[in-house]
Design a protein around this ligand. Structure first.
Ligand code: ADP
Ligand code: NI
Length: 222
């Protein structure tokens, strides 16, 4: 099968699977990650084909939503590509990226070994920053039924994956526990540059939110 056709079929497959997703892993998230990853890949001289496939398939079965199965997403991607006639090398490259992409807690190390993986991970993380990142965080909060904010609950930097998965939190704490940490975890120079701007949007929003919460914006000398 030609590469264009593999991409086209994969787009179709992923769009069907994720269209109605409401936890923040919907088709449009995948489409944004794919476009951003392609832009970064070009500047970082990463392989465009592996990058695009990994971006398209990266959220096909998220462990946080499938009952904690870390193997399932990478396996589905591998089987899908093999079934389309892709080589073992290509299918393995893509499934390895998917196995390593997710954030697993502030204190949990996770290393990406290929430039394509670094690019897709940067693009995925960039979609959690900026205006879209703010919107996705509150959309997720509604999906999970968690409060926006509770001043009595302090943020925690999770040291283990289990700890991170079992957390009970608020959307504002998620900013401290993950989103504000991402800028310093970018893999590529291009990713870092885009992250600077998106981080500033995120941090500015949070400051404004907390000021309004405390009524500081109503003080006369502001
Ligand atoms: P990934 O799998 O790409 O690392 P996640 O599944 O953790 O990302 O997050 C998907 C989206 O949902 C992101 O925009 C993230 O900020 C948001 N999100 C995840 N967990 C929370 C949470 N506890 N509170 C608010 N938003 C969250
Ligand atoms: Ni994602």
């Amino acid at each position: 099968m030609r590469r264009e056709e593999v991409i086209e079929r994969t787009v179709h497959y992923v769009r069907n699977e994720l269209y109605a997703e409401s936890s923040g892993h919907d088709w449009w998230h995948v489409d944004r990650v794919r476009r951003l990853a392609m832009t970064i890949a070009e500047r970082e001289a990463a392989d465009a084909y592996v990058t695009e496939l990994a971006a398209l398939l990266h959220d096909i079965s998220d462990y946080k939503l499938n009952g904690g199965d870390l193997e399932r997403g990478p396996q589905i991607a591998f089987d899908w590509l093999r079934q389309l006639g892709e080589t073992k090398e290509c299918a393995t490259a893509v499934s390895d990226i998917i196995a390593n992409i997710s954030f697993k807690g502030a204190g949990v190390a996770c290393s990406m070994s290929t430039i394509e993986g670094m690019v897709v991970q940067d693009a995925d993380r960039l979609d959690a920053l900026g205006a879209i990142g703010v919107a996705r965080a509150f959309a997720y909060g509604g999906f999970a039924g968690q409060p926006m904010h509770d001043p009595a609950l302090r943020p925690r930097l999770h040291e283990t994956l289990e700890d991170y998965l079992n957390r009970k939190g608020t959307t504002v704490n998620h900013f401290y526990e993950k989103l504000l940490l991402l800028k310093d975890r970018m893999n590529t120079e291009t990713g870092r540059r885009i992250a600077e701007r998106r981080h500033a949007v995120l941090a500015g929003f949070l400051q404004e939110f907390l000021d309004e919460w405390d009524g500081k914006d109503a003080e006369p000398d502001r």
